[in-house]
Design a protein around this ligand. Structure first.
Ligand SMILES: O=P(O)(O)OC[C@H]1O[C@](O)(CO)[C@@H](O)[C@@H]1O
Length: 428
């Protein structure tokens, strides 16, 4: 299972403060289970695991296979919870270089014109054998009106219509709410294939719905294994959520003690995007009413050479959460060289995994001595099942932690403010 070790953080918190926070965490879990907390109409992310929809998993899986067989490029067009979960899982479980399936591109997650313009050029370029690229587009937007996504969809749709004419509807799949939103109007007009985002699942909790599952399936990842990993975590925590209650209580006590930043750090570059998903999940859920610990993401040891100085000696406003993979998933070892010109022969024969582990242990020791509370979340091996478990682990943690702050974890009213100002400036 997912292991959660709060040992390197607990020593920073007095017993009284911890036990007070623990009571709040216990109450928060009751609120989630009884559906009595604020925003309880948004708890569908738990229900989908309590009662899995195997027929839908099957349907998404077979469309994923169909697209894998036909497409050269698959574009995921969405922002926030409409792409971060898919990107997290795909980056965690796919090769860094090359792949045996379609190239997966992301669009609609910003308004950078250069990016989209270059994407259009790239999509129009023929393959090495001179034939045109076969392109599929999955637009994902629960509201159907998010500007970043809608703009990119408009541009990409035009390209596909030019390329495929009437057949373009074969190449476009929409993932949106059942009835709400402008995307449904376009779907009705054009006859695009559609997947429904359950009404009671908010964007940042939606990776295990068609939102995340279709792109993940197209990437060749076994979505059933992923999903059922989450189901097994759900069942485990319904039985005993002690680990999560301790973690939520500790994070709450750290929040009370005045820490304002939580650096979600991994020593595995494959997991950087997972940090991005956690960042939205926690950030949009907890950051309200002047409360919350600002979640941010780092990849170590890379960022030990940029943020490391601050973490070790800067303002003591930080905690860290390490996301750890225990077993090696690379066999690479250090080679021995004649003369030892770079003085690295003392590492010859040792694996990169071992060296990376020592870097992590050394960092834990140093940061801990620098008064940074560290929580360590680990999985044994990096695979779809464990990523599924980790997804539910963080969803449930978020629910418990944010309810124990006395805040609604399921809305995001603050996001509207930039939109209002932007639309006014754009003359909408
Ligand atoms: O799927 P939609 O409706 O386009 O929303 C995308 C994202 O925008 C937000 O509504 C606000 O950032 C997120 O909660 C959501 O994940």
């Amino acid at each position: 299972m997912i292991k959660c070790d709060i040992g390197f953080a607990r020593k920073f918190i007095e017993d009284d403060a911890y036990f007070k926070a623990r009571k709040k965490a216990d109450n928060a879990l009751d609120q989630l289970r009884d559906k009595t907390g604020p925003g309880s109409e948004w708890l569908g992310w738990r229900d989908i695991l309590a009662d899995p929809n195997d027929a839908e998993l099957e349907q998404i899986g077979s469309l994923g296979e169909e697209i894998r067989a036909k497409a050269d490029v698959f574009i995921v067009c969405g922002i926030g919870g409409s792409y971060l979960g898919a990107k997290a899982v795909i980056d965690a479980l796919s090769p860094h270089f090359g792949s045996n399936g379609p190239e997966i591109l992301f669009a609609g997650h910003h308004i950078g014109g250069k990016y989209l313009e270059e994407m259009l050029t790239y999509l129009k370029e023929p393959k090495e054998d001179g034939s045109a690229k076969n392109i599929y587009l999955n637009v994902i937007s629960k509201s159907g009106s998010t500007l970043e996504t809608a703009l990119a969809f408009r541009i990409l749709r035009e390209l596909l219509e030019k390329m495929y004419g009437e057949d373009s509807s074969e190449h476009i799949i929409c993932t949106t709410s059942k009835e709400r939103g402008l995307l449904n109007k376009v779907i009705d007009e054009k006859g695009y294939r559609k997947f429904i985002i359950p009404e009671d699942v908010g964007g940042r909790y939606s990776v295990l719905t068609p939102v995340g599952l279709l792109p993940i399936a197209v990437a060749g990842i076994d979505i059933r294994t992923l999903f059922y990993g989450a189901v097994s975590a759900y069942n485990q925590y319904e039985d005993n959520a002690e680990d999560l209650l301790e973690y939520a209580a500790l994070r709450n006590a750290i929040h009370e003690s005045g820490k304002t930043i939580d650096v979600f750090a991994t020593f595995e570059p494959e997991l950087t995007s997972l940090g991005g998903w956690i960042q939205q999940l926690l950030g949009e859920s907890e950051g309200k009413e002047g409360k919350g610990i600002f979640p941010t993401v780092a990849t170590f040891s890379t960022d030990l050479h940029s943020l490391g100085q601050f973490i070790q000696q800067g303002q003591r406003s930080l905690m860290e959460t390490f996301i750890i993979v225990e077993k090696p998933f690379s066999k690479l070892r250090v080679n021995e060289i004649e003369g030892d010109g770079d003085n690295l022969n003392y590492l010859a024969g040792r694996s990169f995994h071992e060296i990376n582990t020592k870097a992590r242990e050394g960092t834990t020791e140093a940061h801990s001595e620098g008064d940074v509370p560290i929580v360590r979340i680990s999985m044994e091996t990096l695979n779809a099942e464990n990523i599924g478990k980790l997804i539910y682990f963080f969803e449930l943690l978020t629910g418990i932690f944010v309810y124990s702050l006395g805040v609604n974890p399921f809305n995001q009213p603050g996001v509207e403010d930039y939109k209002k100002a932007m639309y006014r400036l754009l003359g909408k």
